[in-house]
Design a protein around this ligand. Structure first.
Ligand SMILES: NC(=O)C1=CN([C@@H]2O[C@H](COP(=O)(O)OP(=O)(O)OC[C@H]3O[C@@H](n4cnc5c(N)ncnc54)[C@H](OP(=O)(O)O)[C@@H]3O)[C@@H](O)[C@H]2O)C=CC1
Ligand SMILES: O=C(O)C1=N[C@H](C(=O)O)C[C@H](O)C1
Length: 279
């Protein structure tokens, strides 16, 4: 129980991508959280410009208009007594600039948008360090995915062969998914050699064997309407297959992780990559 909180003790939050699939869920979750206060909603979709974000998402007026200028909304967040947080669920093309802007304004970013390169994450980490600003980059906010990744790390102690299949709705802009990349990176960090080649392979159609990220770990991406977000990590050994699978059936599954991240980022002074590091 959080108890009676005055406006001055609430964490001010800006949501970027507020009218999108994830942004809408995040707005609802913030509106129901007693310790958070929505101070800004940003979206580039012109259909919603100037409209009350609560009305747009169907949860009743929240007295927060959807604006399209992130910088001016970040300024609003800096006028509160407590340092603000920006939650970003926008697009791979803009997430780097959005995150840099938030750090520059002293607003702590919680980044759910995928598609940042390793170099961009490194650069943002250095920028956050210099500014002593907490920042979170979380490719997947669901607890089920953290558990899958932990199980994969355990299984990797006993299996030398592994491939990843990620399956998403066909409105997804980036491939492979941020989650699949993070999963492959976590496996690679174990420092073992995966998938020793047993024959010389020829791809008669380029891409047939998927993309290869770290340590020869292949990722295969499926895009279909009807899917939300799914991932399999498949381990193979002579005579056996061990499959780990996570299925998302509703985007509400990400909200406990998003709320936790908003609260945790206020206690950080550097950038952290991955939900598993703040649980
Ligand atoms: N970390 C996690 O757990 C999860 C991450 N994601 C990631 O989050 C991102 C968003 O996903 P989703 O909500 O499904 O996508 P949507 O396309 O449904 O929503 C994105 C919203 O952001 C708007 N937008 C795009 N660019 C900008 C910008 N530069 N400034 C402000 N608003 C912008 C879009 O407007 P318009 O429609 O006009 O383009 C749209 O309204 C993706 O990268 C996805 O992979 C998704 C689910 C979970
Ligand atoms: O676009 C999505 O939907 C999702 N994107 C994230 C990713 O790229 O990993 C997280 C989740 O898979 C849903």
């Amino acid at each position: 129980m959080i108890g009676a909180m005055t406006n001055q003790s609430l964490i001010p939050v800006v949501v970027n991508g507020a009218a999108g699939k994830m942004g809408r869920e995040v707005i609802k979750a913030i509106a129901q959280a007693e310790d958070l206060m929505l101070v800004g909603a940003v979206d580039k979709n012109p259909a919603y410009l100037g409209q009350d974000v609560g009305e747009v998402i169907g949860c009743g007026a929240l007295e927060v208009p959807i604006l399209n200028d992130l910088q001016s909304v970040l300024v609003l967040a800096t006028q509160e007594k407590i340092q603000g947080v920006m939650v970003d669920f926008t697009h791979p093309d803009s997430v780097y600039d959005n995150t840099r802007s938030a750090i520059a304004y002293g607003v702590r970013p919680v980044v759910g948008t995928t598609g940042l390169s390793e170099a961009q994450i490194k650069d943002l980490a250095e920028f956050a360090d210099k500014a002593s600003t907490g920042a979170l980059i979380i490719p997947n906010f669901s607890i089920g995915m953290v558990l899958l990744q932990q199980a994969a790390l355990q299984a990797a102690q006993y299996f030398d062969h592994v491939e990843i299949i990620e399956l998403h709705h066909n409105q997804k802009a980036d491939a492979p998914s941020g989650t699949a990349i993070k999963t492959a990176q976590m496996l690679a960090e174990l420092g073992k050699t995966f998938n020793p080649q047993v024959v010389t392979e020829t791809e008669h159609i380029p891409g047939a064997r998927g993309s290869k990220l770290e340590e020869d770990i292949r990722i295969h991406s499926v895009r279909l309407p009807g899917l939300i977000a799914h991932q399999e990590v498949i381990f193979g050994a002579p005579g056996q297959i061990y499959t780990l699978r996570h299925d998302t059936s509703d985007r509400s599954c990400y909200m406990p992780g998003v709320l936790l991240s908003i609260r945790k980022v206020t206690q950080l002074t550097s950038l952290v990559y991955g939900l598993e590091k703040i649980l």
